[in-house]
Write a protein that binds this ligand. Structure first.
Ligand SMILES: *[C@@H]1O[C@H](CO)[C@@H](O)[C@H](O)[C@H]1NC(C)=O
Ligand SMILES: *[C@@H]1O[C@H](CO)[C@@H](O)[C@H](O)[C@H]1NC(C)=O
Ligand SMILES: *[C@@H]1O[C@H](CO)[C@@H](O)[C@H](O)[C@H]1NC(C)=O
Ligand SMILES: *[C@@H]1O[C@H](CO)[C@@H](O)[C@H](O)[C@H]1NC(C)=O
Ligand SMILES: *[C@@H]1O[C@H](CO)[C@@H](O)[C@H](O)[C@H]1NC(C)=O
Length: 500
């Protein structure tokens, strides 16, 4: 009972701190909407064609089938929602994967986005590796050198966020995105997924039948943490020291979300450091998705990035863990857990709150857009799984207040359920293709030379992280861009047609 009261007081404190420190992080001073290095992909003429089609309504009334076999037609609009005429899609995105927060879904979405928009996606040098770099530092030989010395447009692999290094590797005006999950739920998920219980000698033996090992862990985390061993997780073949080092990045018990976002473990008990860390993330990140509110998170992402429904369609679903085992977690266990994971609790509480606040300011039609998108995503899913898809022809998603019409066919259906291994190969082969192209068009990109030390980022970093005083909440209207529209690339049209 004591623990329960303690927790209540603690949570109240956290919420109060959250309120007082909350500031809009969406349009921080250094995030002026000057856009990406690269032009948008070509506009397809398919749009007019689509509008004149007489369409057969599907059950959801939002889609129709096109009786014509044809590749996907993606219609992008530059004047979608937000301020009139100034909203252009953001193509430079660094997504920080956070373990066991449903981040693979967003990762796969971004890999497809990078592919379809012809962007430079960060890839590990060694094929099909999950992680780029290690423990917060990315070295030159950790990644495949981008063609023509360019910087990455898209980052989505596992890596600890390093706020001094990422700006050096990413294209200018990159927007940072992360994802979070309620910390205790995240730990349960990690325990189940990685079978973490096996790493603590004796833990499983002490766990009664029918009870999840995480319960035993949560009763005495201070006792268990130092006992953890990697050995049970490594097959003899993989037990090389390098593999071990890499594997360690996946294992974590304390403030794991914060760790993935660059928080140093030594600062776990230093509330000043926690506060500085959270403010740093608020400052650097345009958007932090909350997996418990995935559909709304996606729509907010779409609006912030000026993307389309097509861009955020997803065929993967976050893995739902079924807990066959009971997890009788007491208030005392919770209270201990939240105290030990203060950084994660702080991070989650602040961003969950900021997320809800942003949504409440998005206008009355936000929830309608969420429902509309989810209907479309479901219909696209049914269409893509349908055995009679070939006969039906392409599916047409009709124009609505929130999207232009677009068509879905074979290529999207095969792409949007693909995983990292598939994309690694696809995107890798594009590096060569892009390289040739870039040689003709050098001045459109920021050049860096790998052997030379990269320019330090403009933003102040290093020790006393001073954040500029927060701006008041009101966002100034975005200025229309002064830059003249870029010329479309000379690249021949046919290079966009790809085989699958
Ligand atoms: C906004 O869009 C409307 C209709 O498309 C147009 O009439 C109006 O001039 C635009 N306003 C600005 C500021 O561009
Ligand atoms: C972040 O990257 C820089 C190199 O740009 C490196 O010196 C530093 O050690 C890294 N920080 C961490 C925590 O690894
Ligand atoms: C706690 O963190 C702050 C900010 O990083 C630092 O100045 C201070 O020395 C740290 N305190 C301890 C005891 O490590
Ligand atoms: C997130 O914030 C909302 C709104 O403040 C709240 O209702 C909800 O309980 C929070 N979610 C979690 C998992 O704490
Ligand atoms: C297209 O529609 C016509 C008649 O509506 C039908 O005869 C034909 O088989 C359809 N073609 C395809 C590819 O579905």
């Amino acid at each position: 009972m004591q623990g329960g009261r303690l927790l209540t007081v603690f949570l109240l404190l956290v919420v109060l701190m959250g309120i007082s420190f909350y500031h809009i992080q969406h349009n921080s001073p250094m995030e002026i909407n000057t856009d990406a290095v690269r032009p948008r992909p070509e506009q397809h003429d398919g749009f007019k064609d689509l509008q004149s089609q007489t369409s057969v309504l599907s059950n959801a009334e939002t889609v129709a089938f096109r009786n014509k076999t044809q590749g996907d037609v993606t219609v992008h609009s530059d004047t979608e929602d937000m301020t009139n005429g100034t909203c252009r899609p953001h193509l430079n995105v660094a997504f920080m994967k956070v373990h066991k927060c449903g981040s693979s879904l967003i990762f796969h979405m971004l890999l497809r986005f990078g592919y379809e928009h012809d962007l430079i996606v960060a890839l590990p040098r060694q094929k099909k590796r999950e992680i780029i770099g290690g423990f917060g530092t990315i070295k030159d030989d950790d990644f495949l050198a981008p063609p023509g010395g360019k910087r990455w447009n898209i980052f989505g692999h596992h890596a600890f966020y390093n706020r001094t290094q990422f700006p050096q590797l990413m294209a200018p005006n990159t927007r940072y995105v992360a994802i979070l999950r309620e910390p205790l739920r995240r730990l349960k998920s990690a325990f189940q997924y990685f079978h973490l219980g096996k790493g603590f000698p004796g833990l499983e033996k002490q766990t009664p039948k029918g009870i999840a090992p995480v319960t035993t862990y949560l009763a005495k985390p201070m006792y268990w943490d130092p006992l953890f061993k990697f050995k049970p997780f490594l097959s003899a073949k993989k037990r090389t020291s390098e593999f071990l080092v890499k594997a360690k990045e996946h294992f974590c018990f304390r403030n794991c979300m914060s760790r993935d976002l660059g928080f140093a473990e030594k600062d776990c008990d230093n509330n000043t450091a926690v506060e500085e860390f959270v403010r740093g993330i608020e400052n650097d990140f345009t958007m932090v998705l909350i997996i418990e509110y995935l559909p709304a998170s996606l729509i907010l992402l779409k609006r912030r990035m000026c993307w389309t429904f097509y861009d955020i369609l997803y065929g993967h679903h976050p893995r739902r863990q079924r807990y066959k085992l009971k997890t009788p977690i007491t208030d005392d266990m919770k209270s201990t857990f939240y105290q030990r994971n203060y950084a994660d609790l702080m991070l989650y509480t602040r961003f969950n709150e900021s997320f809800h606040r942003q949504i409440s300011q998005e206008g009355a039609d936000f929830q309608d857009e969420v429902s509309h998108f989810m209907r479309i995503n479901k219909d696209v899913g049914s269409y893509c799984r349908s055995k009679t898809r070939q006969r039906k022809g392409n599916m047409i998603v009709k124009k609505s207040k929130w999207n232009d019409a677009f068509s879905v066919g074979k290529s999207l259906c095969s792409r949007y359920v693909r995983n990292r291994q598939y994309w690694d190969t696809q995107l890798r082969s594009r590096y060569q293709h892009t390289q040739n192209k870039e040689l003709e068009n050098e001045n459109s990109v920021v050049q860096i030379t790998k052997s030379r030390p990269r320019k330090p980022p403009k933003r102040p970093s290093r020790k006393p992280r001073k954040h500029p005083p927060r701006k008041p909440r009101k966002r100034p209207p975005r200025k229309p861009r002064k830059r003249p529209p870029r010329k479309p690339r000379k690249r021949p049209q046919k290079s966009r047609k790809r085989k699958h």
